[in-house]
Design a protein. Structure first.
Length: 518
């Protein structure tokens, strides 16, 4: 029976991949996704990887994408697709589902299976599982570290679980600078539980000495992925030092006005989010079940060995929520770090009622669970469907509008039968950031030039001009046909097509659409 239970999380993870693989390329690339995909292209094409603490994150995402690119047959970024790079967060989320579902020996088999199922249908995890960002990997490594810590016993000096936990913590450090928040929350949980159960803890000096070799191995296990990955496999020895500097750089950027949000930013998005006509997003059912699971975890009815991991998760979730809420810099995908332990606690809450001896309690809980599952699935469908790039979606953040794909399609249609030498494209923006994600969509072209100005002595007029509105007064607009396209909410790009090429394309298009007379 126990072996059969282990197959259920695997089935849930496989179903999750199959369902979400169909929508992996539906949403336009966010500018952060595009930026990181182009950085991966440098690694894929042999130019190597060097950690840049100025606005970029750790290397695990890029190195983890290499197998996906190889499996797809891509040897350069031009042959990579959205599915190629987004397969990495999708696989990471599927592994998280499998990991959580296999923790039955720690948190109870029913709780583990319910946690895997709730993760697979939860809107935050479903939405960001096809987002080429670091958070899915960060959450996976943190969950693996906590699972290893739950199996570690101080009186077993040869146990491999402490070094394994340290190794996964090292992977979190090589993923994103916010790993410190997760580790701080884990340290707070360990200290709080040690104080709470201090009368039951008997740890002598001799036992501490016996643990010194294990602690030494754990330190080495932590440093291994940090040094190997940040040094680009021992080819860039300034990388580990840059990683330390990146922590201070990240702290300095946490107060940037552009990303500053109120303290209740995450709480409002989870409890009740409705900013315009459209659906309401709420995670109230899961939060309420998590509160029940937390209460059950601290009730002395069950064995401590079963309650301790849930108590640990509860403290980790609360501490992370407090820290992320206190930091002014907020982006919605950071909520995944808090939401993962909350989902497990919610599963524990449902499991407590489903295992109750009262028959009616089981029936009512099963009906409530079915209703919550329907609500979660429906919400996930809206999140990844019609509202996948809509600002009404609480998990969308300044996302690329679908209209940008019309701009890209227009350029490709006009240049369809022309060699690149005849298709000069100039992208003029007030800052390099405003050009994204165009470098991704033009990744297969060598005829694109990106500028942050428009000099008077610019060489012969290019075929295409793509410019931000603030540069409109500087553009040589004579001889161009202009279109306006939405890049992000309330931010537009002008597309200028040289008159002769526009007329040529228009005539070709009319000839293709004009019916012939018999």
């Amino acid at each position: 029976m126990k072996h059969a239970l282990k197959l259920i999380p695997l089935a849930i993870a496989l179903a999750f991949v199959i369902v979400n693989a169909r929508i992996i390329s539906v949403r336009p690339m966010h500018h952060d996704e595009a930026n990181q995909a182009i950085r991966f292209g440098d690694l894929l094409e042999g130019r190597g990887y060097r950690y840049d603490p100025q606005g970029h994150h750790g290397p695990t995402l890029y190195y983890a994408t290499i197998p996906a690119a190889r499996l797809s047959g891509a040897r350069d970024i031009a042959h990579c697709t959205e599915a190629t790079v987004r397969a990495v967060p999708l696989a990471a989320t599927a592994l998280l589902i499998l990991l959580v579902g296999c923790q039955g020996a720690i948190i109870g088999h029913l709780t583990a299976i319910l946690a895997a199922a709730l993760t697979a249908i939860s809107a935050p995890f479903v939405f960001y599982s096809t987002y080429y960002i670091q958070e899915p990997l960060l959450v996976l490594f943190a969950a693996a570290a906590m699972a290893c810590l739950a199996r570690w016993r101080p009186n077993q000096p040869r146990s491999p679980w402490l070094p394994c936990a340290a190794f996964f913590i090292g992977l979190t450090a090589a993923t994103k600078e916010t790993w410190l928040i997760t580790i701080f929350a884990m340290a707070c949980a360990i200290i709080a539980l040690a104080i709470l159960y201090r009368k039951r803890i008997h740890f002598s000096r001799n036992e501490l000495k016996r643990q010194l070799p294990a602690f030494s191995i754990a330190v080495a296990a932590f440093l291994l992925p940090v040094i190997v990955l940040y040094s680009s496999f021992f080819t860039n020895w300034s990388g580990p030092a840059d990683a330390v500097r990146g922590l201070f750089q990240g702290a300095a950027q946490s107060s940037q006005a552009e990303f500053t949000q109120p303290w209740h930013y995450f709480i409002k998005r989870l409890i009740w989010h409705k900013t315009a006509p459209g659906p309401v997003w709420t995670e109230w059912p899961v939060i309420l079940a998590a509160i029940v699971g937390t209460v059950v975890a601290f009730l002395p009815k069950r064995p401590l060995i079963k309650r301790l991991p849930l108590q640990f998760l509860a403290i980790v979730a609360v501490v992370q929520l407090i820290v992320y809420s206190a930091i002014p810099y907020k982006t919605p995908w950071c909520i995944l770090n808090v939401w993962q332990p909350v989902v497990v606690l919610a599963a524990a809450g449902f499991a407590a009622f489903l295992t109750n001896k009262n028959r009616w309690c089981k029936i009512i809980c099963a009906c409530v669970l079915a209703t919550v599952a329907f609500q979660q699935i429906r919400q996930s469908q809206q999140t990844c469907g019609r509202y996948c790039a809509d600002q009404r979606n609480p998990y969308v953040y300044s996302h690329t509008q679908r209209d940008l794909l019309n701009l890209v399609a227009r350029v490709r249609e006009i240049t369809m039968d022309k060699p690149e030498a005849d298709n000069a494209i100039v992208v003029a923006t007030s800052s390099h950031q405003d050009a994204w994600p165009l470098p991704w969509y033009f990744r297969d072209r060598s005829d694109v030039e990106y500028r942050t100005d428009w000099p008077d002595d610019f060489p012969p007029q290019p075929v295409f001009i793509i410019a931000t509105p603030d540069l409109e007064v500087d553009l040589q607009t004579d001889g161009y046909v202009w279109e306006t396209h939405s890049l992000r909410p309330n931010f537009f790009l002008f597309l200028g097509v040289r008159q002769d090429r526009w007329d040529e394309w228009l005539a070709r298009r009319m000839n293709q659409t004009t019916p012939t007379t018999p």
